[in-house]
Every structure is written in structure tokens, then in C-alpha cells.
Design a protein around this ligand. Structure first.
Ligand SMILES: *Cc1c(COP(=O)(O)O)cnc(C)c1O
Length: 224
């Protein structure tokens, strides 16, 4: 890959980091990107990388290793939970009891405690991943018995809009769930992260309380 291209990626990442408050973590969403592209954002100072696909993330994580924290941000199938348990530092997309139970077991198998976020389907969209807002509390209560998963917050995608301002109500709703869970004092739970906002919406998300934003195309360029 051309040096100039890597420099452009580093520059994009630096610009966003300068722009956001210091308490907000910029996570680079690396799906479809190469190791060189991801390397460029790490050189710019990005510390958190997200991936959507367990199998593609494997070799990338092997090559880059602990120069970054690795978050699973795509839908996790239960048959991939074993590999996910071994390679990721956090799974942002726990959205069902069945998945939580399987992931907990796979983590137990390798004696690992996995930080997780609960993914909220804040738009209540059919065929979208995430648990419905009104079901989140119940899931968290069930998960109390899962000793190898530590709930550290919530994540949402929300519906996609041309105008990011339209995302605001969904971020507000997710923030409410976050606050509700903060007020529940339960074992294996320490609410720290509110993961919302992408390239076009991260500014609005931060206004609504996000402290973890997941940005892809605004760093790496448009996806093919
Ligand atoms: C791809 C992706 C992002 C980043 O999307 P961009 O619009 O490219 O910034 C964020 N979160 C998740 C879960 C994604 O899959």
C-alpha cells in the first residue's frame, strides 16, 4: 500500500481524536480493512479496534496483537463464541441469554473473564440484532449467574439516517437504559461504557453521553 494512503488514514484518525473530548474512546471499525490500514490508525494513537467478523479478525489480531484492545462489534454467532472468547478483549454485542450463556461457558473453558456490553436494538427494527429496550433489564438480571462475563455497559447501532440528527432519539433511549442499569447494583457488573455513534453520528452520540464511538469510513475512507 502507498505511504501517502497510510498517512491519510493516520491524519483522519488524529483529527477525530483532537475533536472529541478526552474521556471519549475512539474505536476504529476495521471490517474489510487490511492489516496495513489498521496499523496506520494505531500509529496515529488509536488504542481500540473493532471487528465484525470473528474469522477475519483472527489473523489481524495475531499480527498486531496487544498494541490495541480488540472489540467484537458484529453479531456473534454461538458457533463462533469459542474463537471470539480467545481473541477479543471485549464483546460489545451480547443480545440474548443463549449467546450470553454460550460465551460465558467458552470463557470459563479458557479461564478468562470477558468484559461485555449489552447490544440494544434501540430502533426496535425487525431483523436487526440487539435486544429490545424493554427486555434489557431482564437479560442483565439473568446474566448475574454468569461468572465469566462482566457487564460493562451498553451498545447500540440505531437506524441509519442521512441526517444524523434523526439518530438522537435512539441515542437518548439507549442512554436511559444505561442509567437504569447503573442504578442496578449487581454482581459481575460495572457500568462504564456507552458505545454509540458511527462516522456520521458520533458527534450527536457524544452529546447524548456516548464515551465509546465506533468510526470506520471517516477514518479509512468509504468501503467498497
Ligand atoms: C461498520 C460499523 C461501524 C462504523 O461504521 P462507519 O459508518 O463506517 O463509521 C460502527 N459500528 C458497527 C457495529 C459497524 O459494523
Amino acid at each position: 500500500m502507498e505511504i501517502a494512503y497510510q498517512e491519510k488514514i493516520s491524519e483522519n484518525a488524529e483529527k477525530i481524536m483532537k475533536d472529541i473530548p478526552p474521556n471519549v474512546i475512539l474505536l476504529a471499525a476495521a471490517k474489510t480493512r487490511s492489516v496495513q490500514e489498521v496499523d496506520a490508525v494505531i500509529q496515529a494513537g488509536v488504542t481500540h479496534i473493532g471487528h465484525n467478523y470473528v474469522q477475519e479478525a483472527g489473523p489481524m489480531i495475531q499480527m498486531i496483537g496487544d498494541r490495541a484492545r480488540w472489540h467484537m462489534i458484529g453479531h456473534l454467532q454461538r458457533n463462533k463464541a469459542k474463537l471470539a472468547a480467545s481473541i477479543f478483549d471485549m464483546v460489545e454485542t451480547v443480545d440474548s441469554w443463549r449467546l450470553a450463556k454460550t460465551l460465558d461457558q467458552r470463557c470459563k473453558d479458557i479461564q478468562k473473564i470477558m468484559p461485555v456490553l449489552i447490544e440494544i436494538n434501540s430502533g426496535r427494527e425487525e431483523n436487526k440484532t440487539g435486544i429490545l429496550p424493554e427486555k434489557a433489564e431482564e437479560l442483565v438480571q439473568h446474566m448475574e449467574v454468569l461468572e465469566n462475563l462482566h457487564i460493562q455497559g451498553v451498545m447500540t447501532m440505531g437506524p441509519r439516517f442521512g441526517d444524523p440528527e434523526n439518530s438522537r432519539p435512539y441515542f437518548k433511549e439507549t442512554r436511559k437504559i444505561f442509567d437504569k442499569l447503573v442504578s442496578m447494583d449487581r454482581p459481575h457488573m460495572e457500568m462504564k461504557y456507552l458505545s454509540m455513534g458511527m462516522s456520521n453520528s458520533y458527534k450527536i452520540a457524544i452529546e447524548e453521553g456516548a464515551n465509546l464511538v465506533r468510526v470506520g469510513s471517516k477514518i479509512f475512507g468509504a468501503r467498497e
